[in-house]
Design a protein around this ligand. Structure first.
Ligand code: NAD
Length: 287
């Protein structure tokens, strides 16, 4: 019996990290130093873990990164002042505003205030527009990581039917755009499903590539997937025992599908790797 291929994000990320020292050195030779400013507001436990993991990785790689931790109750104008000063600060080639923000802050308005040339998350409307018009400046980290996984494992997307579950600006919309783009990493026929899709299984059963970015633990079961499908599980959720699980029930689908990203160890490590890559790119754009 053919074994299911495990698409290891850890392996793909490590492959990418091997190329980092050379890229950093060639920037340093030209007196350019990449640097990332991370703005963390409040004490959302998941955000704190993400930010800690990101800064540990930057430290490991010897790339400058600083976290600006601000209290939950910070006012929008104070935050604007910080964003403004970081926009002007040449130590930082990249700026990341960790989402979600507390309810009294307007994330769209604030993301708009980050210098789009430093917007390494790619969430500024100018960068979203560039991405959707097929000429990206920064590709958001999670969708970029998914494309790198497909590329690393030589999965040709052309002519395949990709079904994306989720329509967020962070994952669903940009990955749908990339997979349908006129490019050798795209050229796929894409269907987008979301919370108002009726009969989700009807669509997921037709997917050659299924991207699950729903945020519901283990929602996707074997009866919802096509035989030999390629499954990209973006979800990071906790099950009722507190264990980290994806949006796909891996035990249920594993014997039916052709390939799958595990959770943890799949898309998650690639999101961090692509933040490193976008930060290096933010410095390379100064060359
Ligand atoms: P989100 O909450 O913004 O979006 C979820 C999407 O799922 C929505 O567009 C919604 O329409 C859709 N949805 C909800 N219920 C549905 C249903 N019953 N049927 C079909 N569609 C439904 O979330 P997001 O930011 O896109 O993240 C999705 C998941 O991916 C979360 O678990 C999040 O933690 C995870 N995530 C992981 C990474 C990573 O690095 N691996 C990065 C970003 C997000």
């Amino acid at each position: 019996m053919k074994k299911t291929l495990i698409l290891s994000g850890v392996e793909v990320a490590n492959h990418f990290y091997n190329s980092v020292p050379e890229r950093i050195q060639s920037l340093l030779n030209k007196n350019i130093k990449p640097g990332l400013a991370v703005i963390l507001i409040g004490s959302n436990p998941a955000s704190k873990i993400y930010v800690r993991k990101k800064s540990e990785k930057f430290k490991d790689l010897g790339i400058h990164s600083e976290t600006f931790s601000l209290p939950e109750k910070i006012q929008q104008n104070e935050l604007l002042e910080l964003i403004d000063s970081l926009n002007k600060d040449s130590r930082f080639t990249g700026i990341l505003l960790q989402l979600p923000l507390p309810k009294h802050l307007d994330s769209n308005y604030l993301l708009n205030k980050i210098d789009p040339k430093k917007d390494v998350d790619g969430f500024h409307p100018e960068n979203m527009g560039l991405l959707f018009s097929g000429n990206p400046r920064y590709i958001p980290c999670t969708p970029k990581g998914i494309i790198k996984i497909l590329e690393y494992y030589n999965i040709i997307t052309e002519q395949l039917h990709s079904v994306v579950i989720g329509r967020s600006n962070i994952v669903g919309k940009p990955i749908a755009s990339l997979l349908s783009s006129r490019s050798d990493k795209g050229n796929s026929t894409v269907t987008i499903c979301h919370s108002k899709t009726s009969n989700l299984s009807y669509f997921t059963q037709q997917a050659d590539i299924l991207i699950a970015a729903v945020g519901i633990p283990q929602k996707i079961k074997a009866n919802m997937v096509k035989k030999s499908a390629i499954i990209i599980d973006v979800g990071i959720n906790r099950d009722k025992n507190g264990k980290i699980v994806g949006d796909v029930d891996i035990d249920s689908v594993i014997d039916k599908v052709g390939a799958i990203t595990p959770v943890p160890g799949g898309v998650g490590p690639m999101t961090i790797a692509m933040l490193v890559e976008n930060t290096i790119e933010s410095a390379e754009k100064l060359l």
